[in-house]
Write a protein that binds this ligand. Structure first.
Ligand code: GRG
Length: 304
């Protein structure tokens, strides 16, 4: 009997379901003097979102898992990436940064809870990520040295040489006549670093060999940049209702984007080329990488 053809929609829904169930358990709901902080963290974390980063971690784990290791091994790390991503969105939306009112179709964290709690909710989510990755667990947990390597990759991607550095460069260069190299620097760190790390984590936790890890690095780098270019395109051409946020914010804030710097036609061509190359990068992983290939195709077509 032939196996059913792969459906990305079913795959994404299934992964999102198990990721949400794990995220749901992370933040307490009981009453405590800090209950309002928990509420703010939970509000943003559970507000929806595609869960792309944790899905990438699980897909990369499956693509390189050659010895039947349990998926539970990768799950805390997948959830950690979503916590860090959500923290970055909360802080990015603050008046001191992008000053946005709407995120994931809902009022932003500071609009709902006030600025001070939004800052703390972001801090709480960033720290929670490292708490869950370093928690001692018997049973499914990866060996300590594997987890340490994974934690190091997360810290590098999130910190000064990754997302925080990229966000800083983005702010510093706002309104200037930016070069192609500077634009790539910003994108590779601000958005690319976390997406690439999400992919790498899957390989690290599956204890993949150097050849497979290199394939994941290349795939993660290319899809990360393509994801950002698609984001820039959507900010011009996307549907506000589907995206859950206002269009045109890049132009209003004079942000350096791929369409602004290279033109819309070039941006679309580059995005497509990057996704096609990313699919070639992981050819060596065979059928186990079917979800990763489908995700690369999805990244260039996504509408939100
Ligand atoms: C504040 C340290 C710090 C960093 C902020 C994430 C970020 C860096 C800025 C957000 C600005 C932005 C819209 C970047 C474009 C790429 C991006 C991260 C889009 C949002 O990610 P999605 O589409 O969102 O995966 P969901 O809601 O689906 O999780």
């Amino acid at each position: 009997m032939n196996a059913a053809p792969f459906s990305l929609k079913t795959y994404l829904e299934g992964r999102k379901h198990i990721i949400n169930a794990s995220l749901e358990r992370l933040i307490p709901t009981d009453r405590s003097p800090a209950a309002r902080l928990f509420e703010a963290m939970r509000y943003s974390l559970m507000a929806g979102g595609k869960r792309l980063r944790p899905i990438l971690t699980l897909a990369a784990f499956d693509a390189t898992n050659k010895t039947g290791l349990p998926l539970e091994r990768a799950m805390p790390f997948a959830c950690a990436m979503e916590c860090i991503h959500t923290y970055s969105l909360i802080h990015d939306d603050l008046p001191a940064m992008d000053n946005d009112d709407l995120r994931r179709g809902l009022p932003t964290c500071h609009k709902k809870f006030g600025e001070a709690l939004a800052i703390l909710a972001g801090d709480g989510l960033l720290t929670l990520a490292f708490e869950i990755c370093s928690a001692f667990e018997e049973g499914h947990a990866a060996p300590a040295e594997v987890r340490l390597r994974a934690i190091h990759v997360i810290a590098q991607a999130a910190g000064m040489n990754g997302m925080v550095g990229g966000q800083t460069a983005d702010m510093e260069l706002e309104g200037t006549n930016i070069s192609f190299q500077e634009l790539d620097y910003i994108h590779d760190r601000k958005t690319g670093a976390l997406l690439r790390a999400s992919v790498l984590l899957g390989g690290i936790l599956a204890e993949a060999g150097p050849r497979d890890m290199q394939a994941l690095v290349d795939y993660g780098t290319r899809t990360g940049l393509a994801f950002q270019i698609r984001d820039d395109i959507l900010d011009i051409e996307g549907d506000e209702k589907t995206m859950g946020k206002a269009r045109g914010s890049d132009e209003r804030k004079k942000k350096a984007t791929w369409p602004a710097v290279h033109g819309m036609k070039q941006a679309k061509e580059r995005m497509q080329e990057l996704c096609e190359l990313a699919i070639q990068d992981i050819q060596i992983l065979g059928d186990q990488a079917t979800p990763l290939k489908a995700i690369a195709e999805y990244i260039m077509k996504r509408d939100h």
